[in-house]
Design a binder for this molecule. Structure first.
Ligand code: FAD
Length: 432
């Protein structure tokens, strides 16, 4: 597959989970010659992720999936913490925000449907070769095959293992049972319309009213506990065998791990291969999609436009602190369940969780004050009229940037600044 000296591909991707599939689509859109290896012959059939946020929907919009998203996503009503009797302790419900990025802040979905959308999308790119059912070749061969290799090969990443990159433990490790049910009738039995974190000291639990007929429960297990009968766990929710089909019930370790390095020469780690977090904020897959969006345009600039290879070092330096912050929030959200279950009144006032703090994720540290490092707002599907690549977006047409004409928009898209410089991934890099 290699001709003397020059790699046959710009990018080789290992793994076609949501991270690899998003990256492959982005590489396709950037015109990069790409090869993808996926060892499984079919997409992972069972739902894992079921929540995504506005930024992820925007990435998928950019890839041309808007029509699919309207079919595959349901707007989430938010999340609340409740006590053992279902009484609300506090809620995120009041924090539904205007769709600043062009999409609502939270959606639920069924992961295999999104996986299929991303895979189908690859068919449009003749320069993206997908090897389904093929284990990735040995790393030495991959390094010769493509100029850059991105390992999106999941939590147990064989690439990470081969590189001898260790995992840093962020100090969270719990055993949970994940139960997915497809209700026969989405209205029966009547269930909460909002994600619930159930602070019941006898059994901590999470409930997610997912898309369509899909409903998700997660139940905390003791370390040595035998897996309880699923239908007995669901009985208090009014769910019986007659009302739904059990898609799966599987135990998971919810943990918080981060690869010690995300780059080794021309090999990068992305998605679960680089980081794993407990699912209480629904941000694991979202973080992998963010990795892909951060890395793809940088690869394109290095490969097509002669940008220095060091640009690719900013992938880890930008994404790692962001992932660390989101992981910390996810751990906090998980620990809070246990604390509130033990004593809801014991929380000192200063410790009382502040949902507004959680309700918006941090930006990237690009060395400037807000809105630098945050995404450009997207009123009226603004992205559709922006050119690919870097762009100046100005609130009045009197602004003349050094390198051409800006796209003129309404002032709310520039957060009130006269002009903002927007990166290809729609993050604001500078203001004028
Ligand atoms: C219970 C639960 C709930 C969750 N809820 C959410 C949520 O609501 N929102 C959210 O954002 N995230 C959530 N997550 C996390 C999310 O599911 C993961 O972060 C995401 O699926 C990781 O995607 P990935 O593409 O990085 O890895 P994976 O999906 O694991 O994909 C890796 C792929 O690499 C392939 N592969 C591995 N080795 C090789 C090889 N050598 N050659 C070829 N192919 C290979 C595998 O077959 C696999 O297809 C949840 C996770 C769990 C467990």
């Amino acid at each position: 597959m290699t001709t003397a000296g020059s790699p046959s591909y710009d990018v080789a991707i290992v793994g076609l989970g949501p991270t690899g599939a998003t990256l492959a689509n982005l590489c396709g859109a950037w015109g990069l010659r790409t090869i993808v290896f996926e060892r499984s012959t079919a997409p992972y059939p069972q739902p894992r992720a079921c929540h995504l946020d506005a930024e992820i929907a925007r990435v998928f919009q950019h890839l041309g999936f808007e029509d699919d998203l309207h079919r595959l996503l349901t707007v989430s009503a938010g999340m609340e913490y409740v006590d053992a009797d279902g009484r609300r302790l506090f809620t995120f419900e009041g924090f539904e925000r205007e769709p600043l990025l062009g999409w609502h802040e939270d959606y639920v979905f069924v992961q295999p449907e999104i996986d299929a959308m991303l895979r189908d999308g690859l068919e449009q790119y003749a320069h993206v070769e997908v090897r389904i059912g093929d284990d990735a070749p040995p790393l030495d061969e991959l390094r010769r095959l493509a100029r850059y290799v991105v390992a999106c090969d999941g939590a147990s990443s064989p690439t990470r293992e081969r590189l001898g990159i260790g995992l840093l433990d962020q100090g969270y490790d719990e055993r949970w049972l994940v139960v997915d049910v497809m209700l026969r009738d989405p209205g029966v039995p009547p269930l909460p319309g909002i994600i619930q974190q159930v602070c019941d000291r006898r059994r901590l639990a999470t409930f997610v009213p997912s898309h369509g007929r899909h409903r998700r429960w997660e139940f905390r297990l003791a370390e040595d506990e035998l897996v309880p009968d699923v239908w007995r766990l669901l009985a208090p929710w009014g769910v019986t065998r007659e009302l739904g089909d059990l898609v799966r019930a599987a135990t998971y370790r919810f943990h918080a791990l981060e690869a010690a390095r995300w780059r080794d020469g021309n090999v990068f780690l992305a998605g679960d291969a680089a980081h794993q977090m407990p699912p209480f904020m629904g941000q694991g897959m979202c973080s992998g999609v963010r990795d892909a969006a951060n890395l793809a345009w940088k690869l394109a600039e290095v490969i097509h436009d002669g940008a220095p290879d060091s640009l690719l070092d900013t992938y880890e330096s930008e994404r790692r602190p962001h992932v660390a912050a989101v992981t910390a929030m996810s751990i906090e959200a998980g620990r809070l369940l246990g604390r509130l279950a033990v004593d809801r009144d014991a929380l000192p006032l200063a410790d009382t969780p502040d949902p507004t703090r959680w309700s918006r994720l941090p930006g990237l540290d690009l060395g400037g004050a807000f809105p630098i490092g945050h995404q450009l707002p997207q009123p009226d599907r603004l992205d559709e009229s922006l050119p690919d690549g870097w762009v100046w977006v100005a609130a009045d047409d009197g602004v003349v940037p050094p390198d051409g004409r800006p796209v003129v928009v309404e002032p709310r898209a520039t957060h009130g600044h006269r002009a903002v410089l927007v990166r290809p991934d729609r993050y604001i890099a500078a203001v004028a």
